[in-house]
Structure formats: structure tokens, C-alpha cells
Design a protein around this ligand. Sequence first.
Ligand code: KG4
Ligand code: ZN
Length: 350
Amino acid sequence: MLILGLETSCDETAASVVEDGVRVRSSVVASQHDIHAEYAGVVPELASRAHCERVLPIVRRAVAEAGATYGDIGAIAVGHRPGLIGALLVGVSAAKALAWSLGVPLVGVDHVHAHLYAGELGRDVPATFPAIGLVVSGGHTSLYLMHDWLNVRRLGATIDDAMGEAFDKAATILGLPHPGGPNLDALAREVGANDRLVQLPVSRLGADSLDFSFSGLKTALLYAARGVPNAKDEALKPQPLTDERRRDLAASFQRAAVGAVLVKLDRALERVRGEGLAIQTLLTGGGVTANSRLRSELGRWTQRNRLSLALPPMGYCVDNAAMIAGLGYHLLGAGRESGLDLRAVPTTGL
Ligand code: KG4
Ligand code: ZN
């Protein structure tokens, strides 16, 4: 069955055709980075307007690139939560119109849930359960226990910034252009980068906490870059932000941010194994899974713990519609079809 997926929750207009939940026949993503760059963040009204202009051409391209016609499409899946409400409404309205006019089922998909599915796309062997799920994106950072694709329990989430948001703000502090995360990653990867220049805090929260916090790390980076306000100690006063220091601060930030994720993964695994669950897999998704350091550390962590790792291919880390169509297939299979009264909702249901 071919499912056409639509995604317009933030600043990417995306459409994709996926066969039987796994074979991606096309995935078209139009990013709006150029529109929002001068504001160093996403401006909701500009995002909605750009989605309106782009959604139908992107859908047409996705169907054509899949080598399909509208008559071949068996269902429409749409990311209907969470996100910017005006942006979500564009995708939801387009999806309803398509489903109604083609006479095919409509299914609303939770975008955060879909990020967990991204590692399944294009894999030959399906993921095995129970699994721990990790979403690290610009808007969400959470851990889940998953018994199957649809049976998901949240174990913890960020209490302040999302990890991607912290990367973006850290990049701004270091004078890097929007979108910050990939630029900070590239700077931290430069030859000679010293990830131990400064010991930035690795957030742990309470001894048993599975929640995340990135705001302290962000402030520590700000002080390392600009000096601690009113400091008497010479070492805490502002130092020239040379290219070399920016590079080393980027690497130190990345080391601490990734370290915080590993702490929580250790705790989560211990907790669920303690409940008698034989965890098989770590499922991951969200824009920050494109991060080079996180990818390699997650590889090592899963090897150490004898788990299989579902890491999205690079094209499916950041927002895309293939993950929406893929998860939509499982939702439809479980009878979770939506009506034409499907609503756009700003928060996740996960
Ligand atoms: O999943 P996504 O496209 O959007 C949300 O659902 O929020 O994630 C976007 C986030 C941005 O904060 C971006 O800076 C971050 O993912 N990101 C990265 C990298 N690539 C994207 N962060 C760190 N390293 C990267 N290579
Ligand atoms: Zn996302």
C-alpha cells in the first residue's frame, strides 16, 4: 500500500510516498532556513505563509518522484501535532482535501512519535521490541519505553530547553549562523578541536531522574565565551573569542550535551531491566540524531549494552514526511483512521 505523508509542523514543508510502511519511494523536503535565518529562529507567521505556497507543489513532486499517480495512493498521513498551530493547519487542511477528493483514508500522526519511527525506514530487518526510544529534536528531548510501535510510555523529558534548541542557542553564542546545530557540529569536528578546554556541566538532576536539562549547560557556555559577570578571578574574566577558542568551546559543549544523554540512557536501561524487561533495541530520532558525536557515542553505548541501534539515515533525522507516512501505515493497520474533523494540536500526545 502506498501512503502519501505530509509534514508542515515547523519550518520544513515535506511530502513523501512510502510503500508498506518501510520502502521510501520519494521524500521531498523544502526547508525554510533562508526565510528565518536573519531572525536566528523560526517566525511562525512566515512559516505558515511559506507552507501555503509550497505544500501543493511539494505534494505533486513527491507523487511524481515516486513514479506514482494520485490513483495509486491508498491513504493520506499527516503530522497533526505537535508544532506551530498555523503551520500544522496548512498540512492538516491539505491532507483532508486530498483524502476527501481521492476517497482514501486519512490518518493523523504525532510528529514526535514519528521521529521514533525514522530509524525503521529503509531497514531490511524490522526493529525488535521491547525498546527504549530517544527523541532529540529542536522542540523535544524525551525517553520512552516501547512495547511495539503503538504502545509507548514516556520515561522522561526535558524540563527546560530541548537538546536541539540548546545547540542552536550555543551556536548563536559562538557567533555561528542559523541553523546552529549542524554548524556547531561542523566546528566541533575541525581538526585539533579540544573537547576538554572547559569542563562544562553534564546535567544529571535527581539521582533517579530520567528527565533532561540543558539550560545550565547553555549558561555555562555563555560564561565561558563571554566571561562570568563581575568576576574577580582572572580565569573567569572574558577571554578573546578567537577561532581556536570558539572551536574548542563548540567541542566542549558537544561533549557535555552528549554526555548528559548517555547518563539518562544508562539510568533508563537499568530501570526497565530492573522491571524484568529484556530490552532489544534503542530507537532514536529527531534532528540531533544527525550529530556526528551523538551518532558515534550511541553506537558505542548500544554495543556495550548488547542492544541493536536504530539510527535514522541522515535524510530522516530532521523533519521529513517519510517518517509520518511510515508510522501512518501502522496506525491505519491498527484501525486508527482519523475523521475529516482531525484537529491540529500544538502539543504532543506522547
Ligand atoms: O527534528 P527537527 O528537524 O525539528 C524538530 O522537530 O524540532 O530538529 C531540528 C533540530 C535543530 O535544533 C537543529 O539545530 C538540530 O536539530 N540539528 C543538529 C544537527 N542537525 C540538526 N544538532 C546538532 N548537530 C547536528 N548535526
Ligand atoms: Zn521534528
